[in-house]
Design a protein around this ligand. Structure first.
Ligand SMILES: [Zn+2]
Length: 156
């Protein structure tokens, strides 16, 4: 079969049994690399602002998706507002969690982007859409340059 031929008979599809060994390396890219280094080394949050239209990306991008212009990195506070949240009471094995986990979509101040992360130091009953939250980070010695360097967001 050549590249531009279509399979019209499902019987022509290959069937593979057993394990298929796959290997991959995920990279966060140039912008993601700078974001995680700033988070790890300085406890700072970076976004990227388009030099043409001013759209501010979080997580940062190296170019604007709307006009393909370059962006420049800008430091943001890391604070934001809860757009939506959900309370998880079961773990992956459907066992009850001792302490429910609260996940939220947080619109990041000064950007057009958001992050999905845990909320902490509050009860589910106290959370309101639009409430202001700020990040709580691991200590500098514990940070690894991962999104889990942010422990959770708490009320401002
Ligand atoms: Zn732009």
């Amino acid at each position: 079969m050549v590249f531009n031929e279509k399979i019209v008979d499902a019987g022509e599809l290959k069937h593979i049994e057993g394990k298929i060994e796959l290997y991959w390396i995920y990279t966060s890219g140039e912008a993601g690399d700078r974001f995680f280094k700033a988070l790890k080394d300085e406890g700072k949050f970076l976004a990227a602002k388009c030099t043409c239209c001013g759209k501010t990306y979080f997580p940062p991008r190296i170019y604007c998706e709307y006009d393909f212009s370059e962006t420049e990195f800008v430091e943001i506070s890391g604070e934001g507002c809860v757009r939506a949240f959900a309370v998880a009471t079961l773990d992956n094995n459907e066992e009850s969690l001792k302490n429910p986990e609260i996940y939220a979509i947080i619109d990041m101040d000064g950007t057009d982007g958001c992050i999905i992360h845990l909320l902490g130091e509050m009860d589910a009953e106290d959370i309101r859409v639009g409430m202001k939250v700020k990040p709580v980070l691991k200590s500098k010695e514990e940070r690894e340059g991962r999104i889990t360097d942010i422990l959770y967001f708490k009320p401002v």
